[in-house]
Design a protein around this ligand. Structure first.
Ligand code: GAR
Length: 200
């Protein structure tokens, strides 16, 4: 059986990447991680990925500029015959050109019920808005930020007695469960490989 090949892009802790990578290693998520990439050489998740045996790459946005950094990501995707780009806390906005080039092949997780609370601080924004619930969204990436066809969503209640830290913890737990489930379903429903992408 063909195992879809995924690249996971991170910027920091990489707890979502870790959950996905581990589920690929156990076979719970039938996919192979081609590499874990980051725009941040100090991302803690890079060490975690390497410890778990994944290939890691760094893309130097500051040094090389966005255009060149994206070109290097695209080269890495092609060179490693990667089918899907999985964003897991990757905090750089991908250019419309990059998104077009990998049309329908980029997936993201966001810690809110989109379209509510997009942006870099989804959890904090819901907290500050005193919302009684928020959630998690997994979606296909299109040219707009935190936007695109929704693959999965789960609501998370914000309880009056909860602290922001407790809410963050609860959301991350939901993320770690929902992302691998959504990817598994999506890959099963879209068993497309790089050769076919090239024919598009
Ligand atoms: C996650 O909560 C993810 O949903 C969020 O960054 C965090 C990364 O945590 N992404 C966004 O806000 C995207 N707009 P992690 O590095 O521990 O996976």
């Amino acid at each position: 059986m063909y195992l879809p090949r995924i690249a996971i892009l991170i910027s920091g802790k990489g707890s979502n990447m870790e959950a996905i990578l581990k589920s690929c290693l156990t076979g719970e998520l039938p996919a192979e991680v081609s590499f874990v990439g980051s725009d941040n050489i100090n991302a803690k998740g890079l060490d975690t990925a390497a410890t778990l045996g994944a290939q890691t790459r760094v893309f130097f946005y500051k040094r090389d500029g966005r255009k060149a950094a994206e070109e290097m990501i695209a080269n890495a995707i092609e060179e490693t015959e990667t089918d899907w780009i999985v964003l897991a806390g990757f905090m750089k906005i991908l250019s419309p050109e990059f998104v077009k080039r990998f049309h329908n092949r980029i997936i993201n997780i966001h810690p809110s019920l989109l379209p509510s609370f997009p942006g870099a601080h989804g959890i904090l924004d819901a907290w500050n808005a005193k919302a009684d619930h928020t959630g998690v969204t997994v979606h296909i990436v299109d040219e707009e930020v935190d936007h695109g066809r929704i693959l999965a969503q789960e609501r998370v209640d914000i309880l009056p007695e909860e602290t922001l830290e407790m809410l963050e913890e609860k959301i991350h737990m939901v993320e770690h469960k929902i992302y691998k489930e959504a990817l598994k379903k999506h890959f099963l429903e879209n068993p497309i490989s790089i050769e076919e992408w090239e024919e598009e």
